[in-house]
Design a protein around this ligand. Structure first.
Ligand SMILES: Cc1ncc(COP(=O)(O)O)c(C=O)c1O
Length: 485
């Protein structure tokens, strides 16, 4: 490392200005806390408002940085192994959307797993790009998706060699990582960029027992929710690039398009601090985190009857597992994941990150302490004593129909006028809805896709199995909205 990673340029400048008296005739209206309601001060204290400052000359400009923000981003780039890093104040959501806007023109193709985050759909709608979807590998026993396989990407690129980019999710919510190195190698054979949604993997770089970071595996661009697994404030993320395949100026324009012109300096300072913390003490903090996570795993296993997601026979769509994610199958308790989550949260003071039908996923991060792990084990021990519910036996398979039949782009479908028709009359029409049954949480119909009889009969089957269907205007699926052309 060449730079002094102990430095926190944004944080230090903010602290200096917060402690320098000033007659403020600029926004925000609370004027360094003087106009804040007492109720809010009771919750948050006074100091935080002194530091809630706007883009004063000393504080640089997020969209044309040449002072403290530039320095902080350069420090981040060095820490995260990037050529350039960008601080984001609208979460990974805006970074992912910007990545698509930077690489795709209207009607350009982009290859994606079908279970992408909502921000990708926003990117498709804003850019006018055409998605070429690949189904991720689905584990129906666990009811979770792995990544995409390199073979399926190779096959899709052969069919669509004119694609402009590939985007993958790495890791998944459950910490599952695909063989990204292979995926990067295949993508680069077509001289197009690999964009990675690494929202859940900002901590990877800091320990050898964590999966490799996306940039280290050949990603051209990665977006990390620093706030999800490291110590920054909610909504603060980073986008890193390491590539000569990306139009940097266009990316910067896209980031400006999607973010506030009044960036919150508390968020920016928290990114600066989180980077410094990890650059200086990352391995030590991750060793402690992994120790707690492994202890939780062992203690839960010793309760017996609570399967925990493990890395089985490593396969290209599930090559690594982030052990700081704990996914616990609760079916033996006779509970759904939602029921277990409610009891744990409301009665036992333990709250998971993500409840699903069969399981619960917990994030263990640098902020957790031994008492949290003890509480988790105590919570599950109590749940086991109390359980007398009927066992949920449901199982559903992934929709294997013909994806990627687009007549118009998701953008055109979004803006088009729609009409409601009886479901049996919709076959062959263009979907005006994005319909996703859960489980398995993989959309069956996308905006702009041609509705097939296979898709409708699959959706009707999952409704009969009491699955939840999201995105449809009529929950019973008696009718559906189609594009009116
Ligand atoms: C896989 C994935 N990608 C992207 C995002 C968006 O991240 P953010 O909340 O930082 O905007 C999330 C949020 O949950 C996510 O789970």
């Amino acid at each position: 490392m060449k730079l002094n990673q102990n430095k926190t340029p944004i944080l230090d400048r903010l602290k200096l200005l917060a402690n320098t008296p000033d007659a403020a005739f600029y926004a925000p209206g609370h004027k360094r806390g003087q106009g804040v309601s007492n109720k809010l001060i009771n919750l948050m204290g006074n100091d935080v408002f002194k530091a809630d400052l706007p883009e004063l000359p000393e504080l640089d400009n997020l969209f044309a940085p040449e002072g403290v923000i530039l320095e902080a981003q350069q420090l981040a780039a060095e820490t995260f192994g990037a050529d350039f890093s960008y601080f984001l104040i609208n979460g990974s959501t805006c970074g992912i959307t910007a990545a698509i806007l930077a690489t795709c023109n209207p009607n350009d193709k982009i290859i994606l797993p079908r279970n992408v985050h909502k921000s990708v759909i926003s990117g498709l709608i804003l850019s006018g790009a055409i998605p070429i979807f690949i189904n991720p590998v689905y584990d129906s026993n666990w009811d979770i998706c792995y990544g995409i396989s390199p073979e399926s990407l190779a096959h899709t690129l052969q069919k669509h060699p004119d694609s402009k980019a590939v985007m993958v999710v790495y890791p998944t919510y459950q910490g599952i990582c695909c063989d990204l190195a292979k995926i990067a190698q295949i993508t680069h054979q077509y001289n197009i960029p690999l964009l990675v949604d690494e929202a859940h993997g900002a901590h990877f770089l800091f320990h050898k027992n964590l999966p490799p970071s996306a940039l280290s595996q050949g990603a051209d661009l990665t977006v990390q929710s620093t706030h999800k697994t490291l110590g920054s404030l909610t909504q603060s993320s980073m986008l890193h690039i390491k590539s000569d395949r990306l139009p940097k100026n266009r990316l910067e324009n896209a980031l400006q398009l999607l973010q506030s012109t009044s960036p919150n300096y508390l968020l920016l300072a928290s990114l600066d601090a989180a980077r410094q913390q990890m650059a200086i003490a990352g391995p030590e903090l991750m060793t402690k985190t992994l120790d707690l996570a492994l202890q939780a795993r062992e203690r839960l296993k010793s309760l017996q009857g609570l399967p925990i997601l493990e890395l089985g026979d490593s396969q290209p769509s599930f090559q690594y597992l982030d052990l700081t994610r704990l996914t616990v199958d609760v079916r033996n308790l006779g509970l759904t994941g939602y029921q277990a989550d409610e009891i744990l949260h409301q009665k036992l003071g333990v709250t998971a990150e993500l409840p699903m039908l069969n399981n619960l996923t917990f994030i263990i991060s640098l902020g957790n302490i031994q008492a949290d792990i003890d509480k988790l084990i105590e919570g599950f021990s109590t749940l086991m004593l109390d359980s007398n519910y009927p066992i949920y036996q449901g199982e559903i398979n992934i929709y294997q129909g013909d994806n990627n039949c687009y007549k118009i782009s998701p953008r055109e479908a979004f803006f088009a006028t729609k009409k409601t028709v009886a479901i049996e009359n919709s076959i062959g029409c263009i979907s005006g809805e994005l319909i996703c049954p859960y489980p398995p949480g993989i959309p069956v119909l996308m905006l702009g896709e041609i509705i097939t009889s296979d898709a409708i009969s699959y959706l009707q089957k999952v409704i009969l199995q009491n699955c939840i269907i999201t995105g449809c205007s009529d929950d019973s699926l008696t009718t559906i909205k189609i594009v009116n052309i």
